[in-house]
Design a protein around this ligand. Structure first.
Ligand SMILES: Nc1nc2c(c(=O)[nH]1)N[C@H]1C(S)=C(S)[C@@H](COP(=O)(O)O)O[C@H]1N2
Ligand SMILES: [Mo]
Length: 390
C-alpha cells in the first residue's frame, strides 16, 4: 500500500508543485483535500522560468576538466519533487584519478591501532550491501560561482560503517577512526590539495549513520563518484565523504588533522585550523534553504510568480520564512513538503506578486531562531531573480 506521502509526491511533475499539499482532486484521501481555491495557481498557465542573476554561468550537467580540478555542476532548475538527481547529473568534485587501480580487485585495509588488521575485498562489501535511504550531499564550497549546483540527493546502497569497524578489535587508546580515499592524481591542481581523509569518533559515525556506499540510485557508483566504494556521512558536508575508499584506520587522540581537514577548515566553519583532528567540530550542515527556480505564471489574466525551492541539512521540518527585497518583510512560506527519506531535502513553494519590475533578492530564514543556521544567517544562499514584468 502506498503511504499518503507517496501519493503526494509520486505524481508530481513540472507544473504540479502548486498542488503540493493542496491536493489534485482524486489523488488524496478526501479528508486531506483542502479547499480548491487554496492553490493560487489553479487554472493558470506556466509561461516559463525567470533567470537568477549575479551568478556565474559555468556549463551545467556535464563533467568539466580532469582529476582534482574536475567538476560537474548540477542544473538545479530541473529538480523535481519526489525524484533524486540522476547519477550522470549528480555534482562532481574531483574526477577519477587517472592512476586509479582497477575496481574489481579493490580492497580496503582495516587496521591501525587494532589487535589484528585485515583486508576487506570489495566482493564482501557487495555481498552485505543494502538500501540505506535518500541523503543529500553538498560540497562545503557550494556557491553562486557554480550556481549552487554542488548539491544533490541520491538513494544510497551500502554497508553501515560501524558494522565494518566491529570486525576488528581496537587497542586501548584507539579513540578515533580515519577514513581515507585514493587521491593520487597525475596532474597537480592550483586550487585543491590531494588527500581525501577525515578523522571521526566512532560516536559521530554512529550518530550520523555513516556508511560505505557501493551504489547510487540502484546503480553501481560511476567512476567519478567513487567506484567501487565511497564513504557517505549523512548530514555532513561532502568533503568528509572520501571517494575510492582504500583505508580505514583506528587511531588515537594525538592524530593530526589531515590535509583535507585543513583545506576545508574554514568552509566547515572551524575556528582557525586546529592542529589535532580531535579539535575539529563535526562538519555538519546547518538547516539551509534556497530557491531552485522561479516560475512565471499567468493566472486569471494576471502575472504571478512561483518561487520553488528546497530545504536541507540540520534539524528537519523547520518552519520557513521568505523575504523579497526590495518588496517586503519576511512571510511564512506557503507550502512545505516533508523531507524525503533519511536526510533528503524538502520541497517548498511560494507565490510572489512583485510590486516593481526589478532584480529581487530572495532570502529564506527559519522561523525558530534557536535552530542553528550559520549559512542562512550570512545570506549565503540568497539568490536574485530578474523580474521584468509585473
Ligand atoms: N578521493 C577523494 N574523495 C573525495 C574528494 C576528493 O577530492 N578525492 N572530494 C570530496 C569532496 S570536497 C566532496 S564535496 C565529495 C563530492 O562527491 P561527488 O563528487 O561524488 O559529488 O567528495 C569528497 N570525496
Ligand atoms: Mo566538497
Amino acid at each position: 500500500m502506498p503511504t499518503r506521502r507517496d501519493l503526494l509526491l509520486a505524481p508530481l511533475g513540472i507544473g504540479a508543485l502548486s498542488t503540493l499539499g493542496c491536493g489534485q482532486a482524486g489523488r488524496l484521501p478526501p479528508e486531506t483535500q483542502p479547499a480548491a481555491n487554496s492553490d493560487p495557481f489553479a487554472g493558470g498557465e506556466r509561461l516559463g522560468l525567470v533567470p537568477f542573476v549575479g551568478e556565474e554561468r559555468p556549463p551545467l550537467d556535464m563533467p568539466l576538466g580532469a582529476e582534482l580540478d574536475g567538476r560537474l555542476y548540477t542544473d538545479l532548475t530541473l529538480l523535481e519533487p519526489g525524484a533524486t538527481v540522476r547519477n550522470d547529473r549528480f555534482y562532481i568534485r574531483t574526477r577519477t584519478p587517472s592512476t586509479l587501480p582497477h575496481g574489481d580487485d579493490w580492497k580496503i585495509r582495516l587496521g591501525g591501532q587494532v589487535k589484528r588488521p585485515l583486508e576487506i575485498p570489495i566482493a564482501e562489501l557487495r555481498a552485505a550491501e543494502r538500501s540505506l535511504g535518500r541523503h543529500v550531499m553538498e560540497c562545503a564550497g557550494n556557491t553562486a560561482g557554480g550556481r549552487f549546483g554542488m548539491l544533490g540527493m541520491a538513494e544510497w546502497t551500502g554497508v553501515p560503517l560501524l558494522e565494518i569497524l566491529e570486525r576488528v578489535k581496537p587497542r586501548p587508546g584507539a579513540t578515533q577512526v580515519l577514513v581515507a580515499g585514493f587521491d593520487r592524481h597525475s596532474q597537480a591542481s592550483r586550487r585543491s590539495m590531494p588527500g581525501a581523509s577525515w578523522v571521526f569518533t566512532p560516536e559521530q559515525l554512529r550518530e550520523a549513520g555513516a556508511f560505505l556506499a557501493t551504489r547510487m540510485n540502484g546503480e553501481p557508483l560511476l567512476p567519478d563518484h567513487g567506484y567501487p566504494v565511497r564513504l557517505v556521512v549523512p548530514g555532513w558536508y561532502g568533503c568528509v565523504s572520501a571517494k575510492w575508499v582504500d583505508e580505514i584506520r583506528w587511531t588515537g587522540d594525538a592524530e593530526p588533522a589531515t590535509s583535507q581537514m585543513r583545506e576545508f577548515a574554514s568552509r566547515t566553519h572551524q575556528s582557525g585550523t586546529p592542529v589535532l583532528a580531535r579539535d575539529f567540530l563535526p562538519a555538519r550542515i546547518d538547516r539551509a534553504a534556497m530557491p531552485v527556480r522561479v516560475e512565471k505564471w499567468r493566472v486569471d489574466g494576471q502575472l504571478l510568480y512561483r518561487i520553488v525551492g528546497i530545504a536541507w541539512g540540520g534539524q528537519r521540518e523547520t518552519d520557513l520564512e521568505i523575504r523579497f527585497t526590495p518588496d517586503g518583510a519576511y512571510e511564512r512560506v506557503a507550502t512545505v513538503a516533508p523531507s524525503e527519506g533519511g536526510t533528503g531535502w524538502a520541497w517548498w513553494s511560494h507565490p510572489f506578486r512583485p510590486k516593481v519590475a526589478a532584480d529581487h533578492a530572495l532570502q529564506l530564514r527559519v522561523a525558530n531562531s534557536r535552530v542553528p543556521t550559520r549559512r542562512l544567517d550570512r545570506g549565503f544562499y540568497v539568490r536574485y531573480a530578474r523580474i521584468e514584468e509585473i
